[in-house]
Unconditional design. Structure first.
Length: 126
């Protein structure tokens, strides 16, 4: 099983206790795949300490800091595509860096960013 990066939609779905999201997350963990989550994704989804299901999901993930090199890479992708969503760009950069698939409810935008980098990653719908 390939590495995977979670976009914001996964965290929101987990917080809503969507069964499919939890089943797929468990399958990944049982296969030894620790999902990667860029820190900006957490910032976009996090609204209160009461989001216990989202926080529970994150305990099984690696939250990856958004450092300066990643920020420059994301900015470059935004420039190439003429888009503005830094969170989507952080997902694309982490996917590219790790040769990972992306789980997202925003497939078109993520694909556009990956294509701009000539990266081949699969996008799995949330």
């Amino acid at each position: 099983m390939r590495p995977v990066v979670y976009d914001t939609g996964v965290l929101i779905a987990a917080d809503r206790s969507e069964r499919r999201t939890w089943v797929e997350h468990r399958v990944r963990l049982e296969a030894g795949v620790i999902p990667l989550v860029p820190a900006p994704v957490v910032a976009q989804a996090s609204r209160s300490a009461k989001q216990t299901e989202m926080r529970r999901l994150l305990r099984g993930c690696e939250v990856v800091p958004f450092d300066e090199p990643a920020a420059h890479a994301a900015g470059s992708l935004l420039g190439k595509t003429g888009t503005k969503d830094v969170v989507d760009a952080s997902v694309a950069v982490l996917s590219i860096q790790n040769g990972a698939d992306v789980v997202s409810d925003d497939a078109a935008d993520i694909q556009r960013l990956l294509s701009a980098a000539r990266a081949k990653g699969t996008i799995v719908d949330v």
